[in-house]
Write a protein that binds this ligand. Structure first.
Ligand SMILES: [Zn+2]
Length: 151
């Protein structure tokens, strides 16, 4: 199975970096690159008045089971990415853990908009509204194939 290591992705104005990420399946990385530019960077410009400099992750490839189950997580095959936060070019940092409920109204809206836009590109998208295990990140898994599971 082909995987790629993402380093810098194209944004509207320049490049954005992705922190803490390992190898990712090629088609997932393509969906991620499109989401980063058209979903995240544009939402940040519109809602927060600044482009994105960096997307922070809890990584991609890790051989482990789904929390609380014996089932292998999609992370075991480098098919999923956990997103923890976003750093803007003006220096602001928007984190899922702190700003999903506690940020300004624009920051809260930004996080919901980027999650919804992920649901148009990934097969499974889980966030803080899904369960306690996802209170601090968005789980983006697989490439959309029909209806996505979006919570
Ligand atoms: Zn995950």
């Amino acid at each position: 199975m082909g995987t790629v290591q993402m380093t810098a992705l194209r944004s509207d104005a320049s490049l954005l970096s992705v922190s803490n990420i390992g190898p990712v399946q090629c088609e997932v990385s393509n969906a991620f690159a499109a989401w980063a530019r058209y979903g995240v960077d544009r939402a940040a410009q519109q809602l927060l008045g600044s482009p994105i400099a960096r997307i922070e992750t809890y990584g991609s490839y890790s051989c482990r089971n789904v929390a609380g189950t014996a089932r292998r997580s999609a992370h075991a095959t480098a098919g999923a990415i956990d997103i923890s936060g976003f750093v803007l070019t003006d220096g602001r940092r928007i984190s899922v853990a702190e700003d999903w409920s506690g940020g300004t109204s624009a920051e809260r809206e930004f996080l919901r908009v980027v999650q919804r836009s992920a649901c148009r590109r990934f097969d499974t998208v889980l966030g803080p509204d899904y369960n306690q295990a996802h209170r601090d990140h968005f789980h983006l898994e697989g490439v959309i194939n029909g209806n996505s599971f979006c919570r």
